[in-house]
Design a protein around this ligand. Sequence first.
Ligand code: NAI
Length: 286
Amino acid sequence: KGKRAFIAGVADDNGYGWAIARSLAAAGAEILVGTWVPALNIFESSLRRGKFDGSRILPDGSMMEIAKVYPLDAVFDNPAEVPEDIKTNKRYAGSTKWTVQEVADSVKEDFGSIDILVHSLANGPEVTKPLLETSRNGYLAAISASSYSYVSLLKHFLPILNPGGSSISLTYIASERIIPGYGGGMSSAKAALESDTRVLAFEAGRKRKIRVNTISAGPLRSRAAKAIGFIDMMIDYSSANAPLQKELSAEEVGNAAAFLASPLASAITGTVLYVDNGLNAMGVGV
Ligand code: NAI
């Protein structure tokens, strides 16, 4: 039977989330996405108006269909946690049921279960600040949006993840090596995400036979990456120094995610898989 995937963190066709959706769709999966509430209107209207039609075309010529788009804000676990200023915010008022618990409940109601859970989201309000200049609030916000959001998603979707299923997140090598410019506690958040990948692999594996892996991806000119400000330099650095001297395409990360989600990866869990043209293996730039 065909598999069903929920991909959190798709709001345009430039990021890793979209590419993962495409690769999973090309492999025959049914696609559900979770879109950040403030980005929902523009994403849905762009979809409707056909702005993404070109990038919906799959290798076999068919169009990727998104069975349903769910509004999601992964920094809130349930309605009781949503503060008044968010509830009454114009960008949130038009949507309902967008906390993690409510989205999991809605997916259960609409589709019953899923096989693949993808977390392709991150946010660090102070990402452009060095760690030494990062505030406590900025640091905690980065961890909340980029690390705990994954713990929460997996926790709430675990009861509807079919045994044998797979869960994937996206990380970055700044967790383990010094990448100046990746600030605001985002390097810390990715370190937490990678450590949690191991612990969650144990817990979700024992509890429901779910595999948990993370992809350490090379640089991509996504919306989020452009906000950091150094993405072009990182892409040039990789092309100059990686074992494979080509620009990384989002599709290459999408295909690795499809592999990890497939039975071909049935013994792989708790791992950090580098999809970065091999840059992580270099000791010095040459
Ligand atoms: P992107 O901008 O396509 O994706 C980030 C998404 O997160 C956006 O759709 C945004 O709306 C969403 N988001 C932010 N806060 C949210 C929240 N509270 N609730 C729900 N959604 C929220 O950018 P990209 O780069 O594709 O990011 C996807 C993942 O890939 C992230 O985890 C990122 O750290 C990771 N990554 C990106 C690299 C790059 O060079 N672009 C390199 C390595 C990892």
